[in-house]
Structure formats: C-alpha cells, structure tokens
Design a binder for this molecule. Structure first.
Ligand SMILES: [Zn+2]
Length: 155
C-alpha cells in the first residue's frame, strides 16, 4: 500500500519549502533542476545544428506557439540562444521579446528543424559505404532522349 509519491525532499536540508521565508540575496530563486538544465543544454546544442543547417537556406529562426498569448512568436537564432542562456543562468525564462515584424516565411518550427536535421543526417549516413550514391562518379546513367541519342526513324 505504498500509493503515496515519494517526497523527493524528504530529509533533504535543501528542501525549498524550508527556505521560503528566507530571502537570501545570493540564493538563486527557482533554480533549474538538473533535468531542466539538461533540457536547456540540449536545446542549445540542437539550436547550433539547426542554425548551421537552416540559416544558409534562408531560415532566420524558429517560430514558437506561445502558450500565454495563444499566437506564434518568431525568434531569430541569436534571440533564441540568448533566451536559453538566460534561462540557464537565471532559472527563469525571459519575458518574450519576439522578432519585430517578422516575415513568417523565414521561420520554421522546432519540429521542422528537427526533421530537417534528421533528414540531412540520414542522407549523410546512407551515402557512406554500402549504397552507392546517385552522384557516384562514372555512373552508367542511361542517356535520355533529349541528349542527342540516336533514335530509330530519324536517320
Ligand atoms: Zn507570448
């Protein structure tokens, strides 16, 4: 009959509830948990990859559906990185300051960016050893009709 969830702070002197009435200056409020911190670090790492892949094809940043405003916000790469770093250091998200007057065509979702990165990764992986790629030098691609191949009935 152990239905109750285990109290993660049971017996822990760092129980956040014990410090509620002790506004220490140097104690960071709402510090991220290790898991949250890891998530942010992974987002930052993903962001580097996405920017490296997508910026060259004209994507300026990511669009994120805001749960507060119920509308999409557009973030430039630098702004996103700044927000994530701010979250890491302060433990709280920045008040959202989306890009000014963005062109939605230049922003993609996290999901799109992730799929794009996966696709590029798969392409690179597939092209490696066993499967000869389509750009194999010296391929014996049959010529098509428009390249001047002799056709019957035209001589
Ligand atoms: Zn918002």
């Amino acid at each position: 009959m152990h239905d109750e969830p285990i109290d993660p702070f049971n017996g822990d002197p760092a129980d956040p509830a014990s410090g509620l009435h002790d506004p220490g200056d140097d104690a960071p409020l709402d510090a991220l948990t290790d898991v949250e911190r890891q998530d942010v670090l992974e987002d930052l790492a993903d962001l580097e990859i996405y920017q490296a892949l997508l910026a060259p094809v004209g994507v300026r940043g990511l669009v994120i559906e805001c749960e507060d405003c119920r509308e999409p916000h557009y973030f430039d790469w630098d702004l996103l990185r700044g927000n994530l770093r701010h979250l890491l250091s302060s433990g709280r998200p920045r008040v959202h300051e989306p890009a000014y007057d963005p062109d939605p065509d230049h922003y993609v979702t996290w999901e799109y960016a992730r799929g794009y990165a996966d696709g590029v990764h798969d392409t690179l992986t597939d092209g490696n050893d066993d499967a000869p790629g389509p750009e194999e030098p010296g391929g014996e691609e049959p010529r098509n009709e428009e390249t001047g191949r002799e056709e019957p009935g035209r001589r």
